[in-house]
Design a protein. Structure first.
Length: 275
């Protein structure tokens, strides 16, 4: 696919997806969504990629400023919502669990962790994308907002389900009902972001974290742990225990376990094979 609204690169086992509409503050469009899903599918299918990082083009001075104003005007003129995508859009993460076969929920079906490097404003759908990532690191002073309330819209793309699970009902209600802007520092206090970093340190430290996962954690462990987290989030504790026991039986027979044990005994970094 020709990428016009995003960029995609692979280095050191990390797939880097960049939202790239800098003149529009990396605002979201149907084209960007189409490309973003293509990038995720490419990364998820590539055995050389073990972790995915998503960020915004720094020239846009935002992670993603939300839906493009032109798209919002188009919805108003048409009198209906138009996602701007086609039926042949890529379907990364689909087919793992029916609960994940929905817009942005497909992140839960990916086999590799996704880290959002929030290098500026994340509003509306931009916040949705960041929230559906597995981990979030933000630049100091970055502004986050659900935004929908001031546009006369509902909570977008399942944020009403996700935010209470990330930060608790009381804090989620604050963000969802008020659509107020919070800075990265307040978001960290809520537990919405994992860490706040100096702007110039955001990408180096995020990529260092991603490379640590990629090089020191078994790919099969990353895959199965991520899957268990989101399937268990939708299920009950007994099922979670039984599934983990089944996985334990299976994964102790696999090469990653043998290599992990050998590396631990030999006091060296593990050398997990790409598969």
């Amino acid at each position: 696919m020709e990428l016009k609204a995003t960029r995609y690169a692979v280095e050191d086992r990390v797939g880097l997806v960049t939202l790239a509409r800098p003149k529009r503050r990396n605002a979201w469009t149907g084209r960007m969504h189409t490309e973003y899903r293509w990038c995720l599918q490419a990364a998820d299918n590539d055995p050389a990629v073990r972790v995915i990082v998503v960020t915004g083009d720094p020239e846009g001075q935002a992670f993603c400023a939300g839906a493009d104003l032109g798209a919002l005007e188009g919805h108003a003129e048409k009198g209906r919502y138009d996602p701007g995508t086609t039926e042949d859009i890529a379907r990364p993460g689909f087919g793992v669990d029916p609960a994940f076969d929905a817009t942005f929920a497909y992140h839960f079906g990916l086999s590799k962790p996704v880290i959002a490097a929030i290098n500026g404003a994340a509003a509306g759908v931009g916040l949705v994308l960041a929230a559906f990532a597995d981990l979030r690191f933000a630049a100091a002073g970055a502004k986050l907002t659900t935004a929908h309330g001031k546009l006369g819209l509902p909570a977008e793309y399942g944020l009403s389900w996700l935010l209470p699970r990330l930060i608790g009902l009381t804090r989620a209600n604050d963000l969802l009902l008020s659509s107020r802007v919070v800075l990265a520092e307040e978001a960290a206090g809520m537990g919405l972001v994992n860490a706040v970093l100096a702007p110039e340190e955001l990408m180096p430290q995020t990529l260092a974290y991603a490379r640590n996962l990629a090089n020191n954690v078994s790919p099969s462990s990353l895959r199965e742990t991520k899957r268990a987290i989101y399937e268990d989030l939708h299920g009950d504790v007994g099922t979670a225990v039984r599934k983990s026991e089944t996985l334990l039986d299976r994964m102790t027979t696999e090469p990653d376990f043998r290599e992990g044990v050998r590396a631990f005994i030999e006091k060296r970094p593990p050398a997990f094979a790409d598969r």
